[in-house]
Design a protein around this ligand. Structure first.
Ligand SMILES: C[S@@+](CC[C@H](N)C(=O)[O-])C[C@H]1O[C@@H](n2cnc3c(N)ncnc32)[C@H](O)[C@@H]1O
Length: 326
């Protein structure tokens, strides 16, 4: 087979020949090569190296969690107590892929609770979690979320192991009568009209959690992609603080619109953002929606990262979306 030598081997040989001619020592050659390598290494390589040496990433692999992000949600829940096994909860996980937050939510809630993930990337959800591939900036995605929570879903009891972990392999789904009896909702192509919806469908969610961040366009690694590992670099940021900030603010606003429309009164909200100039504006908006708003930086977040979480506790009654955003 005709094999093409990698760029490193080629540059090693080239530099060696060059240095042999000029009688430079081997140690110096190595130094020059290291510099070339450093120059060539992309930010995604640096990210992969950091992941390999990261305690939380390794721990996540041991515990069969899909990413280190799981520990951030665990810390958030330790502080704010979002999950409650004693009652049925409807949970929406925005930007759920690869699915670590959904895994945590599944384990921390009882088997009657529904967990629904939305992501713009294709991703197989964890066991006991439902999902759609959709853009949260689209009105249709909002409608599909509403439809999902209007259905009655029963989780099958299969065996003791699943019972212990609070979820089960199969889902049996029974359409909610309200959905079938309402002609307006049967054709999913129409945008749902809020005024005519039955009460149960107006605001069905107890917790909206958003860990969204804009994924990078895929430029490599196609050979290794499966539905479970859609993109390697989806947890990556651009490294340009101001860009990261503005990109995350748009997604926070989108999550906030979902909270205005679909979160129950007294429901809670978690939202990841990269800090910058517009934090205060977001916080101000959140204060119009929630009784209490708090900032939280989990220990799992890297020190150098600008990532923080804004938490909205106990949604107020009759929130006027127009007033929040104008
Ligand atoms: C940091 S990852 C989320 C990690 C996840 N919380 C976990 O625990 O595995 C951010 C996700 O947000 C998703 N995302 C970004 N923009 C989106 C959008 N407009 N609509 C839906 N999902 C989006 C990305 O595709 C990506 O999978």
């Amino acid at each position: 087979m005709n094999r093409t030598p990698s760029i490193d081997v080629v540059s090693f040989l080239q530099v060696n020949v060059l240095l042999y001619r000029t009688k430079v020592s081997y140690a110096k050659t190595k130094n020059i090569l290291l510099n070339i390598k450093r120059y060539n290494s992309s930010s995604s390589n640096r990210w992969l190296n950091r992941q390999q040496n990261d305690v939380y990433s390794n721990q996540a692999k041991v515990e069969n969690l899909r990413s280190r992000a799981a520990y951030k949600l665990i810390e958030l829940d330790d502080k704010f107590k979002f999950f409650d096994k004693s009652k049925q909860q409807n949970i929406l996980d925005l930007g759920f892929a690869p699915g670590a937050w959904s895994q945590v939510a599944r384990v921390k809630t009882n088997r009657f609770s529904k967990i629904f993930g939305v992501d713009i990337l294709p991703c197989q959800p964890p066991t006991g979690v439902s999902s759609i591939q959709g853009n949260i900036l689209s009105r249709r995605t909002h409608d599909l979320i509403r439809l999902f929570f209007s259905r009655e879903i029963k989780l099958n009891k299969i065996d003791k192991i699943h019972e212990d972990y609070g979820y089960f392999e199969d889902l049996t789904e029974k359409e909610n009568n309200l959905y079938h009896n309402n002609p307006q909702l049967e054709g999913e192509t129409e945008t749902l009209c809020n005024e005519n919806l039955p009460e149960i469908m107006k605001q069905p969610i107890d917790l909206v959690m958003s860990d969204m961040y804009v994924p990078w366009p895929q430029i490599s690694g196609y050979w290794a992609q499966t539905t479970n590992t859609p993109y390697y670099r989806m947890a990556n940021t651009t490294g340009v603080a101001i860009k990261d900030h503005y990109m995350s603010m748009d997604l926070c606003d989108a999550a906030l619109v979902v909270a205005c429309d679909l979160l129950k009164t007294n429901g809670n909200f978690i939202c990841k953002l990269y800090t910058g100039k517009e934090d205060n504006l977001l916080e101000k908006r959140m204060k119009k929606i929630f009784n209490k708003v708090q900032r939280f930086k989990p220990k799992t977040c890297r020190d150098e990262s600008k990532e923080i979480y804004l938490v909205g506790l106990k949604k107020k009654k009759n929130v006027d979306k127009m007033e929040v955003f104008l």
